[in-house]
Ligand binder design. Structure first.
Ligand SMILES: Nc1nc2c(ncn2[C@@H]2O[C@H](COP(=O)(O)OP(=O)(O)OP(=O)(O)O)[C@@H](O)[C@H]2O)c(=O)[nH]1
Ligand SMILES: [Mg+2]
Ligand SMILES: [Zn+2]
Length: 308
């Protein structure tokens, strides 16, 4: 029997079989995967082969992943966890109010998603009741990411703003919903499919941060077609396996300039005749994005020191 993992708690798995039957299964012995540097052998979205052993269902095999996205523990350099696999697109939910998503966080996500070839849409949620300052911030972000070519949407789950467009984005695709705790991922899903009744919780009035309400990634089938994967709020995405010279390849607005740097392995830091730095000076690449690039490059270099 073949099925897709819709939820993983680490000890057991919820699976939907090809005939739509929902079952719970556990792992058969120790499964070995190629990506053995991750802490979870099976993730939401994995296609698996199921066997029946007496009364129990067991996962006998994980079929090859078409793609996947990884989160990284900020504390443990080597603790990498696959959040989900076999996805058509990622929807990064961001907010300029409370909690605030920084462009640095967005850039880190985009870097990861580009590296794994996962198309990303940025949804700015909580676009209601914004202060003048927050509106300005939103405007700047929309301009910056729009210019690069990313698809963007402004929503409000509570004020029901642009939910039709949100639904259209999801139609007939398997989408991963990611973002910090408290940005409204579960609320957005409830707003287009209320019967799911996903748990949501107000952000802390003390810290302005989310309460980590969703604790396990879970895939939900959408009545209008498609699947959506709700995920727990994320602090950081894994970039530890990257090579320094790769980082600029995933800042997609840098691509047209890379071939024009004097050195083919230019890192666009202090090298002479660097076409990327020139493009920043000429206003063709956003300074803030270039700043993010340098931060992420340094992170990748730092992570390599730990790994080697
Ligand atoms: N003003 C406003 N509040 C919203 C909006 N969307 C969600 N909220 C509120 O934000 C809080 C957090 O929403 P959740 O849906 O639990 O956030 P989440 O991203 O799922 O958080 P985690 O599960 O912890 O990762 C709740 O109190 C929601 O009612 C919105 O568009 N506008
Ligand atoms: Mg949630
Ligand atoms: Zn360069």
């Amino acid at each position: 029997m073949e099925g897709i993992v819709t939820k993983s708690t680490g000890s057991w798995y919820e699976i939907i079989l090809t005939d739509k039957q929902k079952i719970s299964a556990r792992l058969k012995g120790i499964l070995r995967l190629d990506e053995s540097d991750t802490t979870n052998p099976i993730a939401v979205g994995d296609k698996v082969l199921i066997e029946k052993v007496e009364q129990d269902f067991v996962i006998a095999q994980v079929l090859p992943r078409h793609n996947y996205i990884i989160r990284q523990s900020p504390k443990h350099e080597k603790a990498r966890q696959v959040i989900a696999s076999n996805i058509d697109q990622a929807i990064l939910v961001a907010t300029v109010g409370s909690p605030r998503t920084s462009s640095g966080f967005i850039d880190r996500f985009l870097l990861t998603a580009e590296a794994y070839h996962i198309p990303t849409i940025i949804v700015f949620n909580k676009c209601d009741n914004l202060s003048k300052k927050e509106e300005k911030l939103l405007e700047n972000m929309i301009e910056m990411y729009g210019k690069i070519g990313y698809k963007l949407l402004q929503t409000s789950a509570t004020e029901k703003k642009n939910l039709d467009q949100f639904q259209q984005l999801l139609q007939d695709k398997t989408s991963l919903l990611a973002g910090h705790s408290g940005v409204g991922k579960s609320s957005l899903i409830n707003s287009i499919q209320p019967k799911l009744k996903l748990k949501t919780q107000a952000v802390s009035s003390f810290s302005g941060k989310g309460m980590h309400t969703t604790t396990f990634a879970e895939m939900h089938a959408l009545d209008f077609g498609g699947n959506i994967i709700d995920t727990p709020g994320i602090r950081e995405f894994g970039i530890s396996g990257f090579k320094p010279e790769e980082v600029s390849h995933y800042f997609i607005e840098m691509l047209p300039f890379l071939a024009h740097c004097k050195f083919h392995n230019c890192l666009h830091e202090n090298e002479p005749e660097c076409a990327v730095k020139q493009a920043v000076i000429d206003g063709k690449i956003d300074e803030e994005r270039f700043g993010s690039y340098l931060v992420l490059l340094a992170d990748v270099q730092q992570a390599r020191k730990h790994w080697e």
